[in-house]
Design a protein around this ligand. Structure first.
Ligand SMILES: Nc1ncnc2c1ncn2[C@@H]1O[C@H](COP(=O)(O)OP(=O)(O)O)[C@@H](O)[C@H]1O
Ligand SMILES: [Mg+2]
Length: 203
């Protein structure tokens, strides 16, 4: 957990609030928290969702693993404590985007259940949707989009999720997409369908 170092800070209530933003935008803000193995399809689906939302003039944004690690969390590695801090920061940023009325997607392996639950706990009920991007290690390794599984098997890459580090499956995700059998379009339709059915987005 991050150490609290700031004292004497007072919350400033700004006049444009979330409800006002959402009314202007015509949709609800929320976080779609994509979780799954490397190569399961988190980035692909977050990107496809972003495209679909942008085409409908919805406010959307993607926080993607490697991109965020270039800046916001570049001081962090892949050991358990650093992964936890990585997810904590992303969770805080996602919460801010939701408060801004934006439909935001995060694409991080986020292998630990406790870390994901902590990110969920930062937001109000219904604002955090866990999307389990389900694909077996075999499927992901067969894709090996970034050539990382090869390096993990040879030992060049340590603490690689699914090979030499654990992945804890979501117990109760709002959305499950099975990318081992679905096409990108089919998985996207499952996600957009959920948003429409649950009133995040009008159909
Ligand atoms: N239903 C699907 N959803 C997402 N990606 C899929 C699907 N079916 C096949 N793929 C392929 O799987 C790969 C997923 O890679 P990527 O999105 O980079 O994974 P991650 O971000 O989870 O590491 C891509 O090459 C993508 O085209
Ligand atoms: Mg990715």
């Amino acid at each position: 957990m991050a150490e609290v170092k700031s004292t004497n800070i007072v919350w400033h209530q700004h006049t444009v609030n979330r409800a006002a933003r959402e009314q202007k935008f015509g949709h609800r803000g929320c976080t779609l928290w994509f979780t799954g193995l490397s190569g399961s399809g988190k980035s692909t689906l977050a990107n496809a969702l972003d495209e679909a939302l942008c085409a409908r003039s919805a406010r959307s944004y993607v926080l993607d693993g490697d991109n965020v690690r270039h800046g916001l969390t570049k001081d962090l590695g892949f050991g358990p404590a650093d992964r936890t801090e990585n997810i904590r920061r992303i969770g805080e940023v996602a919460r801010l985007f939701t408060d801004a009325g934006v439909i935001n997607a995060t694409a991080f392996i986020s292998p630990y259940r406790e870390d994901r639950d902590r990110a969920r706990a930062l937001q109000q009920a219904g604002d955090f949707l866990e999307v389990y991007v389900k694909a077996s290690v075999e499927v992901c390794e067969g894709r090996d989009v970034k050539g990382l599984y090869g390096k993990a098997r040879s030992g060049e890459l340590k603490e690689f999720t699914g090979v030499s580090a654990p992945y804890e499956e979501p117990l109760n995700p709002e959305i499950i997409v099975d990318t081992g059998i679905q096409s990108v379009e089919e998985s996207l339709a499952v996600i957009v369908g959920y948003l429409e059915r649950h009133g995040y987005l009008s159909a």
